[in-house]
Ligand binder design. Structure first.
Ligand code: MSP
Length: 522
């Protein structure tokens, strides 16, 4: 069976990871874990984009070789993946021989087909963005600050014509309306394709940029950034070997909105078509995180650090509150595809209410009452009255949405609805008040106590199961407290049942210690 092949953008190796990188990996991880839970084999790839001017310049600035810089940065990015609990199956580095040889093979193949020619490039070049700019990129007659220093360059270079494929790409988009998620991004691509496409310059003279993969047909040049970076999606799975056909095409490329048009939505499909390969099935394009209205960027963080300022990175929240609450927050807060703001206030508000007060409280109540009223075991449910029926009906309404919301990348809505269910569990307990019923001598009331504990335990199990792709460690911990192993497949696990009857409950724990609000003046 062909695995569900999911990739992320490969991060630039010229600085430390930041929130934007973390979010993208978490988003892709949740999709990957969801697929696995639904029984599909998954191949999940992420990696590091190591060549190019920026890396060369950053290394120079530090007085080290580019490879040494990449090696250090790779350790840092991979450590973040581990901390975040990312379940990638592979990690591709573009300096790895397995990648370089494929880039060269692909370039040679396209060159042999006559699809690459030597021309003369003249234009304005931004080293910071590693791209030539057009007059239309100017704002009020000036190059915007994001481009850094812009210099005029005239040099012979190799080109890959795009225009001959424009009509084909437009037809493809017309016939595949859901190719890009969210759909308004697909419309942007269609808009972009209304204008003729310039030939893509795919090389840089080696004397100007030494840190790249040499062109196989002209070693005086290296490949330009996108012909190197995009190829990672096929080099990592063994392009040119029988293994490759078992995995390609990708089912989802997860990327940020800044690298959709033109790299992923124009260059990449045209490159694949020219190679005779099928296109990826979908592009999942997420928005940008801002901190206090500003784009989260490594250069800001590094600048502040260099000035000796205390920088609070959103990534610090992982160390203070754990990877899973962080993952929960990212997915709960940002509607995939839209932009969001990260603030300590909002993180604290969601953590304290949804995790500590709602979910943490359910689990604490279960463990407390289980120890007090049922000898630390989950009793069997023997009563079926209105409160039970209401709670089960609540689950019955929500459960069928778990798959559909996940398929539509509506994780924020999924978590919101799950939180509504968690609140319903706490309401159920308030209505039942087992602590009052426990004082009654009536055996019917004792049966209600046992039933309410059974319902509480089952509801908590279902919440932990649902949360597994988002908070894998916390879910495993909750299931452990219910005497259950972690859930590997969802099949049958999201149905309300009686499997917990007789299970031993764990010791009381506080799963989410409340975050104390900072007191003014301290
Ligand atoms: N190396 C290229 C991608 C090549 S993919 C074949 C690159 N690297 S990057 O490090 O600049 O960005 C990596 C990913 O992080 C991109 O998908 C980008 O959109 C994403 N993010 C970078 N900053 C971001 C935010 N502030 N918010 C959310 N994601 C953002 O581009």
């Amino acid at each position: 069976m062909k695995p569900f092949y999911i990739t992320t953008a490969i991060d630039y190796a010229n600085g430390s990871p930041h929130l934007g990188h973390a979010y993208e990996k978490v988003l892709a991880d949740v999709v990957a874990r969801t697929r696995r839970l639904r029984g599909a084999p998954v191949h999940f790839l992420t990696g590091l984009d190591e060549h190019g001017q920026k890396v060369q310049q950053s290394a120079q600035a530090r007085g080290i070789e580019p490879q040494a810089l990449c090696d250090t940065v790779a350790v840092e990015f991979q450590a973040l993946l581990k901390t975040l609990g990312i379940s990638n199956d592979d990690y591709i580095r573009t300096t790895a021989p397995r990648h370089q040889s494929v880039v060269r093979a692909i370039l040679q193949k396209l060159f042999d087909q006559g699809l690459i020619y030597l021309g003369e490039y003249r234009g304005f070049y931004s080293a910071r963005q590693e791209q030539f700019l057009l007059e239309k990129d100017k704002v009020n007659g000036q190059w915007p600050e994001i481009y850094g220093e812009v210099v005029e360059v005239v040099e012979p270079n190799y080109f890959f014509p795009l225009e001959p494929h424009r009509a084909w790409l437009r037809d493809f988009l017309d016939n595949n309306p859901g190719w890009i998620f969210p759909s308004f991004r697909q419309k942007q691509v269609v808009e972009f394709l209304k204008e003729p496409l310039n030939d893509l310059c795919i090389s840089r003279p080696r004397e100007r940029l030494g840190w790249g993969i040499p062109l196989p047909f002209d070693e005086k040049y290296v490949t330009y950034v996108w012909f190197d970076a995009l190829v990672n999606y096929v080099s990592a799975i063994g392009y040119g070997t029988p293994e490759f056909d078992k995995i390609w095409p990708a089912d989802a490329h997860v990327i940020g909105k800044d690298i959709l048009v033109p790299p992923h939505a124009v260059y990449w499909p045209i490159m694949l078509k020219s190679l005779g390969l099928p296109l990826p099935k979908q592009l999942l394009v997420h928005g940008f995180w801002f901190t206090s209205g500003k784009k989260e960027s490594k250069s800001d963080i590094e600048k502040a650090k260099a000035l000796g300022q205390k920088v609070e990175s959103p990534l610090d929240f992982i160390a203070t509150h754990g990877a899973d609450p962080f993952r929960y927050f990212l997915l709960r807060e940002m509607a995939a595809g839209q932009d969001s703001d990260f603030s300590a206030t909002q993180f604290t508000a969601r953590y304290n209410s949804e995790l500590a007060d709602d979910l943490g409280n359910c689990v604490a109540r279960l463990l407390n009452m289980g120890a007090r009223y049922s000898g630390g075991r989950v009793p069997a449910a023997t009563v079926d009255e209105d409160p039970e029926r209401t709670l089960r009906a609540e689950w019955g309404r929500f459960a069928p949405e778990i798959y559909t919301l996940g398929d539509g990348y509506q994780f924020h809505a999924l978590l919101e609805k799950l939180n509504t269910f968690v609140k319903a569990i706490n309401r159920y307990l308030d209505v039942r008040s087992p602590w009052k019923l426990a004082k009654s001598a009536d055996p019917a009331d004792q049966a209600r106590v046992a039933t309410s504990l059974a319902h509480l335990a089952e509801a908590v199990r279902l919440v932990a199961a649902t949360l597994t792709p988002v908070t894998p460690q916390v879910s495993a911990r909750i299931l452990g407290l219910l005497g259950q192993p972690p859930i590997e497949k969802w099949d049958g696990q999201l149905d309300w049942g009686a499997r917990l009857a007789g299970a031993t409950l764990g010791e009381k724990v506080i799963l989410f210690p409340k975050i104390e609000a900072e007191k003014p003046g301290i």
